[in-house]
Structures are given as C-alpha cells and as structure tokens.
Design a protein. Structure first.
Ligand SMILES: CC(C)(COP(=O)(O)OP(=O)(O)OC[C@H]1O[C@@H](n2cnc3c(N)ncnc32)[C@H](O)[C@@H]1OP(=O)(O)O)[C@@H](O)C(=O)NCCC(=O)NCCS
Length: 237
C-alpha cells in the first residue's frame, strides 16, 4: 500500500464524506486492484454482465495486465485516506502495447466483449500504426460501490490524463461501454469517434448483447493532450 511519503502519490482530494488519495499503481496494489475491478465490472458494466463473466474470470483478465501496469507508470489508484482502502482504479496502458501473454487462454465468454471493442479500435485506427509513447489507452475504470457517485471516477480520469501528459503522451483513447462512463469521459473532454449498437450486434449469429440494448452501445472516444494540461493543481513539477 502506498504511504503519504511515497513518490507515487499524486494528489489528495476531498470528496463528499471523505478524503481520497490518488497514486500511481505499484506492483503491491495488484491483489486489491484485480479484486476491485473484478467486482465492479461483473456487477455493473453492462457487457461484462451480459457476457456472464464471474468476478474470478474478470480478475484473471485484469491480472494479465498488472506487470505492465507496474512497468509503464500510467495506471492510477484511489484510496480512502482514513482507512487506506482502495476505492477506485483506472488501468491504463500505452496504446502501442502488445496484448499480454495468456489473453488467448481466458474464458470464451470474453470473446464477444473483445470482438465488439476490437471493432471500434479497428475502425478508429483504420490501418494506421500506433507508436509507443504517443497515446494512452484508458482501459478499465472502476469504483467500488460504497464510494460510487462521489466524483472518484472523474478524478481518476483527470489524474490519469495529467500523468500521461507529463510523460509526453499527446493523445488519450478509451472505449466507454455504458452511459455513466460515457458521461464521465465526455465531462473530461473526450469526444465520440466510433460507435457500435448493443441491439444490432451479433456474435456467431447470436444477439449476445440484446439484454443491454438500452445502454446504446460502446463508444470509442479520444482526447488530445496538451502540455499545459499536465500540471495544474494536481501536477507535480
Ligand atoms: C462507471 C463508474 C466508474 C463511475 O464511477 P463513479 O465514481 O461513481 O463516477 P463519478 O461519481 O465520478 O461520476 C458519475 C457521473 O455519471 C453520472 N451518471 C450516473 N448514472 C448515469 C447514467 N445512467 N447515465 C448518464 N450519467 C450517469 C453521474 O450523475 C455523475 O455525473 P455528474 O458528476 O455530472 O453528476 C462506476 O459506476 C463503475 O465502476 N462501474 C462499473 C465498471 C464500469 O462500468 N466501468 C466503465 C467501463 S468503460
């Protein structure tokens, strides 16, 4: 767990009810982060719920990205100052990162989720290569249920963008899979680029996401990063 003197600490922000500390992810955060994201996504992220993913299946997926998260220094975690409990995380990678080893061994239930999000990425990239150090991919954003609705997701995104900007990245990309996350990212300046419809989507001829058609569909959004956004109240020199 990160302590106050830790050089990975980014900022401490008062959310209604309690103070929250934001830090760069470290290897020692792995267990708590995988558990938090596994629970948040399998309970509340519509495609993960529709695909029937269990917390342990989702955790297996998250665990594959933990070594890279520790190496790249782009992932942000939020903790309640009073208890030290992790209350949110935003797993982020360099968009040029190769898929981690073992991704092909995950539950087949992941395949429709990978497919619909992969379609967004393919259309967005339209065959263009992504170069290391150019773009950050804000990948898995989760907030523990007792801490929901306090602005923690907004602050995780803001800290992540400031950190990526300080590290020299010039673009941020995300695939927002539900109306709440789409609202969060738009509020942070992201712009819609590519959409798919859960209602229209078919995987092997099956309407896999028909039950979540009311969520519209996933949207790939991006935001250009400017050097002047890397500091502000939250940035370190
Ligand atoms: C999405 C998630 C990260 C949001 O976390 P949070 O800390 O509660 O979010 P915040 O409090 O920062 O902001 C939520 C915003 O969404 C708004 N919102 C809530 N429900 C909404 C809905 N159905 N449609 C649109 N906006 C909604 C809130 O009003 C708030 O906006 P405001 O600040 O303008 O009032 C959290 O619900 C979660 O972990 N969900 C499960 C995992 C997931 O879906 N991750 C995103 C996948 S891309």
């Amino acid at each position: 767990m990160a302590d106050d003197a830790d050089s990975n600490a980014l900022d401490q922000v008062a959310s209604p009810g309690q103070d929250i500390k934001y830090s760069l992810y470290q290897a020692s955060d792995a267990t708590e982060m995988t558990s938090l994201l596994g629970e948040a996504f399998t309970q509340f992220d519509p495609p993960a719920v529709a695909a029937g993913l269990t917390p342990s299946e989702f955790e297996e997926f998250v665990r594959l990205f933990c070594p890279q998260a520790a190496n790249q220094g782009l992932t942000i975690v939020a903790r309640a100052v009073e208890t030290g409990e992790m209350c949110g995380a935003l797993l982020t990678e360099d968009s040029a990162s190769a898929p981690p080893d073992g991704i092909d061994l995950l539950s087949a239930k992941c395949n429709p989720v990978f497919d619909i999000l992969g379609q967004l990425d393919e259309e967005y990239r339209s065959g263009q290569a992504v170069h290391p150090g150019a773009s950050i991919h804000l990948f898995l954003l989760g907030v523990a249920q007792p801490f929901a609705g306090k602005g923690i997701a907004q602050q995780l995104v803001s800290e992540c963008l400031a950190n990526g900007t300080r590290k020299g990245f010039s673009m941020a990309v995300t695939e927002a899979t539900n109306k709440t996350s789409q609202h969060v990212f738009r509020k942070q300046g992201f712009v819609d680029r590519v959409r798919r419809s859960y209602g229209d989507y078919r995987f092997d001829g099956q309407a896999t996401f028909a039950s979540i058609a009311d969520q519209g569909g996933p949207i790939l959004m991006d935001k250009r990063l400017h050097r002047s956004d890397g500091g502000g109240d939250l940035g370190r020199s």
